[in-house]
Design a protein. Structure first.
Length: 458
């Protein structure tokens, strides 16, 4: 799927291939990398919510417990819904980016190839299912929808289960709508993954101050509820406070407030959290009695350090470890703004290898980075993707595991440069990729250092 945007801050036009499993935004500061990542996040979150227009759904006929699955019809509805998100973007951007009307001229678009989508669908549809709880007349029903292969075609089977007998014919039309939403949600999941989560560059501060921000918000709520005067004014104050941060930061704050509840969930990818903790963090991420992130160092596992007492490395990566242990689902899209934050060069190399592990576990990863260490280590992972005896020897010599390796065709990279309003598509081949703005700076530093040294000390 290709996503494009025009007239978006410093970006005149940009196009991103979202079908790749690893996407890199590289380049100089103040060139739009973070905001473009926010925009992609907003689009994917809305597309995966599955809220497709009810008027379109009325045309379907799903009163029976099963009916033929029309891929083209649902694909066209999905495409139409994506276009609808685009057309309403101007109303959403001020809330998404916590700004005014700076982006009135912004236009976004996307293209989803029907042929490619159908091939993905055929490969994944045989065992897909979706379950939803449906509340009707104060009674809860469990709606189970499954796609099954039947004589070379796909058939949609929608079954409604309830403890006692229920008159199927009496089921209100809202059942049909939920069925329709579930089907499209399944289609989006197969094509674009389960969900999208973004770890902003502010994640370290979010870990420290989320409880204080939540307390302030609750105090404002209490003040409004206990006041009979100036409620409109106070509601506007609360609304302004709530929307003062871009949506990805607000979403991260919400997760930070709900850690005590979220930790009750378990993810099949908890082993990746274990790997991140053992190989980079050097300890375990846990939740304290107050529902806040704590850290137990490997040298003193009985100690639970509060976030402000932990290292900057822990503050930066602990939300990712928590997500992998409690929230991660197969096919999730993980976005990380500046993963190198607070990481020593050796850990920057390790996090690059960890990206390879995530990709090979079925995740999609998007990062915005300035790190030469991450880029160069990714190049190593790409070069070691060749199948030969020499490669096997090199992997063994330098400690690379099979799950670290990345095939070059799975990566897309884009270069953002000041004075160049159109991000460039970075070429990737079997030797990796080159980020010119980083290479140029390193070359200039080496040249000046040598000149200074030999002029003064030779």
């Amino acid at each position: 799927m290709r996503f494009s945007v025009s007239q978006f801050g410093p970006i005149e036009h940009a196009e991103v291939n979202l079908s790749k499993q690893l996407i890199l935004f590289c380049g100089q500061n103040n060139t739009g990398k973070t905001y473009l990542m926010y925009l992609v996040y907003f689009f994917l979150v809305n597309l995966k919510n599955g809220r497709y227009g009810y008027n379109e759904f009325k045309k379907l006929n799903l009163e029976n417990k099963s009916s033929d699955f029309d891929f083209e019809y649902h694909f066209n509805l999905l495409t139409k819904f994506g276009k609808n998100i685009m057309s309403n973007i101007h109303d959403e951007l001020p809330v998404l980016l916590a700004c005014g009307n700076e982006f009135e001229k912004t236009k976004i678009d996307f293209y989803l190839d029907s042929h490619d989508a159908k091939n993905v669908f055929k490969a994944k549809a045989y065992e897909q299912s979706e379950k939803l709880n449906l509340l009707i007349d104060k009674s809860t029903y469990t709606l189970s929808i499954k796609l099954e292969k039947n004589k070379g075609s796909h058939e949609l089977k929608a079954e409604l289960y309830k403890a006692d007998n229920y008159n199927w014919d009496a089921m209100p039309s809202s059942y049909n709508y939920v069925t329709y939403v579930a089907v499209n949600r399944m289609l989006v999941k197969m094509l674009l993954g389960s969900k999208t989560i973004l770890f902003p560059a502010e994640r370290s501060a979010i870990n420290i101050f989320s409880k204080e921000l939540s307390l302030t918000k609750n105090q404002l709520f209490s003040q409004i509820l206990n006041s009979s005067d100036n409620q409109d004014e106070e509601l506007n104050l609360l609304r302004n406070r709530v929307n003062r941060y871009p949506k990805p930061i607000r979403d991260s704050l919400k997760i930070a407030e709900d850690l005590a509840v979220l930790q009750k969930q378990s993810s099949p990818f908890a082993y990746l959290a274990d790997e991140l903790e053992s190989s980079i963090l050097g300890g375990q991420v846990k939740i304290g009695e107050a529902g806040d992130l704590r850290f137990a160092p490997k040298e003193a596992p009985e100690e639970l350090l509060e976030t402000h007492m932990s290292s900057s490395l822990v503050k930066s990566l602990s939300p990712i470890a928590f997500y992998l242990r409690h929230q991660a689902e197969e096919g999730d899209c993980i976005m990380i703004d500046e993963p190198e934050l607070n990481l020593h060069p050796d850990n920057q190399r390790k996090i690059a290898r960890f990206f390879g592990t995530l990709i090979n576990a079925g995740f999609r990863v998007m990062i915005s980075t300035h790190s030469d260490y991450i880029v160069r280590e990714l190049n190593n992972l790409i070069m070691l993707s060749k199948d030969s005896e020499k490669v096997a020897v090199l992997r063994e010599r330098y400690g690379y595991k099979p799950e670290h390796i990345i095939q070059p065709e799975k990566i897309a990279a884009y270069l953002f440069r000041q004075g160049h309003p159109r991000p460039e598509n970075i070429m990737i081949d079997e030797t990796g990729l080159s980020v010119s703005t980083i290479d140029e700076t390193i070359s200039e530093l080496n040249e000046s250092s040598q000149d200074i040294y030999f002029t003064l000390f030779d």
